[in-house]
Write a protein that binds this ligand. Structure first.
Ligand code: SF4
Length: 324
């Protein structure tokens, strides 16, 4: 029997190449070996968002990118967290067995509380409990994560162990599947690629927009004149070439070092590489976007399938907790 993968992502709207290389490509590949459940976690977004008006639009745009990138609604369950309300029930049940101290010690809670001192809401501290409910409602046994998310998953495992100890074996302890995702720096060459820092390139950007944005990227700061030899190892354009033009990486590195290529030409080659890789995705996205109800239908079907599994789990949990 195939393992079951669960992963969730906040509705951040149109995805960028950092999202693509860091998560989406991996989501697509996992479909070959696992039963996959991918969720847009809109309720989680409420813990930090003060402006909620664009959640629906962001969800739609994000799902279009996921589908265009190759997530297949025939093979995977694709849905929105709030469309399967049983997760809120399970969250409440788990909150009754989770010691508060486990939650207040979580580093990301402390960081978020520092960042938004005017809005330290209950949802912020309860976030790991809801995240645990997201995973175990579907009895997922595998969660693709980066190293930075390991502490959250360990907390989920602790909550599962506590539930199973108190009420009998019910949930599998979810295992981390460490993803080998590259750190994609933004066009500023310093920070992780991020929409909020406006240092990103959207998957759905046009060829022209992609080229325009690549041209704004920072390069090796010591290369002032075209004749100056460059240092590709400190240049983010070069690290992006590794991802989009791997066949030419040696040659480009050499040409940079001996000033055989200028930064403008080097960036033009990168833009061509990005555009070539993303062309099929962009074409599919345009076609999918022409059918206005397509995403809504995929999400409704995904919610229906997820809900069937969720109802079974909630019935079992209520029984074990003595509620029915
Ligand atoms: Fe960076 Fe390319 Fe310029 Fe070298 S030639 S500094 S790799 S942009």
């Amino acid at each position: 029997m195939k393992g079951r993968v669960f992963s969730g992502a906040r509705p951040t709207g149109r995805q960028h190449i950092g999202n693509y290389l860091g998560a989406i490509k991996n989501y697509v590949a996992l479909q070959d070996d696992y039963d996959c459940i991918y969720c847009i976690v809109d309720v989680h977004a409420l813990t930090t968002l003060e402006e909620t008006g664009n959640i629906k639009e962001n969800t739609n745009e994000m799902m279009l990118d996921w589908l265009a990138a190759g997530l297949d609604p025939e093979r995977s369950i694709l849905f929105v967290q709030s469309h399967v309300p049983q997760v809120m029930e399970l969250h409440t049940f788990l909150s009754m067995i989770t010691p508060l101290g486990w939650l207040t010690r979580v580093t990301t809670f402390k960081e978020k509380a520092r960042m938004q001192p005017h809005n330290i809401n209950y949802g912020l501290v309860g976030y790991p409990v809801l995240m645990t409910a997201d995973i175990i409602l579907y009895k997922a046994d595998i969660v693709p994560v980066g190293e930075d998310q390991l502490p959250h998953l360990e907390l989920a495992r602790e909550i599962v162990r506590r539930f199973n100890n108190l009420f009998g074996d019910t949930f599998p302890e979810p295992q981390a599947k460490l993803t080998d995702s590259p750190l994609v720096l933004g066009l500023d060459g310093v920070n992780k690629m991020s929409k909020s820092l406006d240092n990103h390139i959207e998957l759905a950007a046009s060829h022209e927009e992609t080229s325009r944005r690549v041209m704004t990227a920072f390069t090796d700061p010591s290369r002032i004149y075209r004749s100056d030899p460059g240092h590709p190892e400190v240049c983010n354009i070069y690290s992006l070439h590794k991802l989009f033009n791997p066949d030419r990486i040696e040659e480009l590195g050499e040409e940079c070092r001996n000033a055989g290529i200028g930064c403008v030409d080097c960036k033009r080659l990168l833009a061509e590489g990005i555009n070539a890789e993303l062309a099929p995705l962009r074409e599919r996205r345009t076609i999918l976007a022409e059918t206005p109800k397509y995403v809504a239908d995929v999400l409704a079907e995904g919610a229906h399938r997820a809900s069937t599994i969720a109802s079974e789990t909630i019935g079992e949990v209520k029984g074990k907790m003595g509620l029915i």
